[in-house]
Design a protein around this ligand. Sequence first.
Ligand SMILES: O=C(O)C(=O)C[C@]1(C(=O)O)C=C[C@@H](O)C=C1
Length: 304
Amino acid sequence: MTFAAHIHRGAVPIGDLRVGAGPAVLIGGAAHTAPDARWISLREHHGRRDAGDAVREARAAFAGPLLVEPFSAGDLPAVQAAADGLVIGGEWMQDFGLVRAVARLGLPVVVRRGPGATLEEWLAIVDYCVAEGNDEVVLCEGGSRTHTLDLTLMREARERSGRPVLAWLGDDAGLAGAAVAAGADGLMLAPECGRDAVAAAREAVTLVGAILREESPETVVAARRAIDRVDAALATLLERRAALAGTIQRLKPVGGFAGRDMDRERRLVAAMAERAPTLGEPGLAPIMNAVIEAGLRLAEERDR
Ligand SMILES: O=C(O)C(=O)C[C@]1(C(=O)O)C=C[C@@H](O)C=C1
C-alpha cells in the first residue's frame, strides 16, 4: 500500500479556487471563455527563455487561478513567480527529478496520469510530492496520446488517495456529464479550448452536479450558488415536463383542465414522496398542483 492511501485530504486550494469541495471545477479553455482556472503548457518552448514570456503573458491575460505545465526544471522560477499551481504532464510523470523540484515549490500540483501508467505508479507520484513536504496534490485522469479516459481508474484514484481528481476532456466536452457523474472534482480542458466546449462542460457541472454531487456549503454565498445549480436543473426539468404534459393533452380523448385525472396526480405525488421524504406528500402536493396547472394552462393556450 502506498503512503498516499493512508492520507485522507479534503479540498486542494488553487488560488482562490477550492478543488474537491463544492461543485466540480473547470480548468482550461481560453481566457475569454471564463473558466474557473486556466492552464498553459510550456512543452513547445522546450525549456527556452521564451517560456517565461509565455507564463507572464498568460498571467496578464487572466485574473483567475493559473496553472502551468513546465517542460523542464529551468522553467520553474518563471512559473513560481506567476502561477498558482503546476501541472505534471503524463509524459513527465516518471521524471522524478522534475517531480521533486515541482513539489518543492510548495504550489499545488496536478499530476496527470502518464500513458499506460498503472494506478500504483500514478499514486507513487503523490508520495514523491508529499515526501517533499507538498500535500496539495490533485490527480488528473486522461489525456494521454491515445486520448482514453478511464473513469473507473479515476474513481479508484479518488478513493485510494482521498485526493481530488480531474477528468481530462481536451477540446471535447462530450464526456463532461459522465465524468461529473463518476465523481470528478473537476474537468480539465485544452488550454485554448473554445467557448462552446467550456459552456457544454459548465452545463454538465451544473445539471449533473446538481443531481448527483454531494455538497456541504458552509457560507451563504456557497449555498446560494448551490441553490442556483439546483434551480437550473429544476428549470430544465420543468420545461421538459411541461412539454410532455402538453403531449399527453393532445393524445388524451379529453385534454386540458376538462380531462384532469386527480387519481393520477395523487399517485405521482406519492411516488415523488419516496424520493423527497422530507417534503413528503403534504409538502409536494401544492407544488405539483401548481406545476400541473401551469402545464395545463400552457397546453390550452397553445391549442387555442
Ligand atoms: O397524465 C395525464 O393524464 C396528464 O394529463 C398529465 C398530468 C401531469 O401534468 O402530470 C396533467 C393533468 C392530469 O390531471 C394528470 C397528470
